[in-house]
Design a protein around this ligand. Structure first.
Ligand SMILES: [Mn+2]
Length: 325
């Protein structure tokens, strides 16, 4: 039997789910199975184009990624709210009652969901992977213990999270999944392919922190910064809280290809304090998001408008922060 594992690409939870499923399959379903791994990406059009192939002794599984009504989908595990591309797909999943299709949008990570189900329903012994599963759960739920943990990424699992998100080398994707099955996280993080891959990210992280130290201002509980002229920098949404742990909210301006972006967030380590609804606030300016984090996107040449909107948003959030104490 050959198993094609379709998994969420460039995602720590996706790679971990792929590693866990193939371990489970070898352990409980077929010890002689062989595996191939196919990274799946969200995007416009048919995201499953080319994912399913025909052949004898062939099985398809999809983990940490959308549902497909394709009859060749033998196993499916997902936890994304957006798992179904259409109402018809959702109806198909519900009516099919497939014994090997599992969905729980309340699960924090696919890795833990998959391991729990494979253990309880098929006797999978996942004890060798408990540390890996716990990290995947923390990472996919963004349950970082502190801004320092989220930004500095000192722990091996967090270095691997950075690595997997940036890697585009197909052969290293396979090597990483194999490493997750056979090596401890510290050992994987110490390998040269990981060190080489994350070095530019760590340099960029340091450049972001230097830039924010120079420019970010905390006033009445709200951090504001303007990085429109630093288009090459990817600014972590957690970085401002690392520098200002007491901040209630952050309003940042940045440049992305083809747009000027206002990023708006509330301090995730003090979520009980939040009174403003950021999705609603961003919605007034044509943006959106979630109650705790959102954004407004404008065109590249609308920087002046973006600055005006950002200033108005910050004013509203300062009023909220003052009342939050
Ligand atoms: Mn996931």
């Amino acid at each position: 039997m050959h198993v094609r594992v379709l998994y969420h690409d460039n995602c720590f939870d996706g790679a971990t789910s792929a590693a866990l499923f193939s371990e489970f399959y070898r352990q409980r379903i077929n010890a002689h199975a062989t595996f191939s791994f196919v990274g799946m990406n969200h995007g416009p059009g048919d995201v499953f184009a080319g994912a399913f192939v025909d052949g004898p002794e062939l099985e398809h599984v999809c983990v940490d990624f959308r549902y497909s009504a394709d009859p060749r989908l033998g196993w499916w595990f997902d936890h994304h709210q957006s798992a179904f591309m259409s109402d018809a797909d959702a109806a198909h999943f519900r009516s099919a009652q497939h014994a090997h299709h599992f969905y729980d949008p309340a699960a924090q990570s696919c890795s833990k969901f998959l391991a729990d189900r494979c253990r309880s329903e098929f006797g999978f012994d996942d004890s060798a992977f408990s540390n890996l599963i716990a990290w995947a759960d923390l990472i996919d739920g963004a349950r970082f213990a502190s801004p320092e943990q989220a930004v500095m990424c000192e722990e091996s699992a967090l270095k691997l999270m950075l690595w997997v998100e940036q890697n585009r080398d197909p052969s290293l994707k396979l090597r990483f999944i194999a490493d997750l099955q056979t090596r401890a996280l510290d050992e994987i993080a110490a390998q040269s392919y990981v060190q080489t891959g994350i070095a530019p990210l760590l340099r960029q992280r340091d450049e972001v922190l230097t830039m924010l130290k120079e420019r970010a201002i905390l006033s009445d509980g709200v951090v504001t910064y303007d990085a429109v002229d630093k288009a090459h920098l990817q600014i972590s949404k957690f970085a401002p809280y690392f520098l200002f742990p007491e901040a209630h909210y952050v309003v940042g301006l940045s440049s992305l290809p083809g747009r000027t972006k206002i990023s708006v967030g509330s301090n995730p380590w003090r979520s009980e304090r939040r009174t403003a609804n950021i999705a609603t606030l961003c919605g007034r300016y044509g943006g959106g998001g979630h109650p705790a984090v959102g954004a407004v996107s404008l065109k590249t040449d609308e920087v002046a408008t973006a600055k005006q909107y950002a200033s108005e948003i910050a004013t509203v959030l300062r009023q909220a922060a003052r009342q939050e104490g």
